[in-house]
Design a protein. Sequence first.
Length: 55
Amino acid sequence: MVDDLMGQQDIVIKSIGETFKNFKGISGAADLGDQRTILVLDVGGIINEAVRSGA
């Protein structure tokens, strides 16, 4: 559940390549333009993995 949105920003999600392909729940990375890079979560994948594993 989300309590509040702090803002909105358009970003381009880029693949993080073969190095991180086995990290479930991460769909890519994005450069925010202010010298910060973030990992982009695959929320649906995280939920599916949790349901599949019974967590």
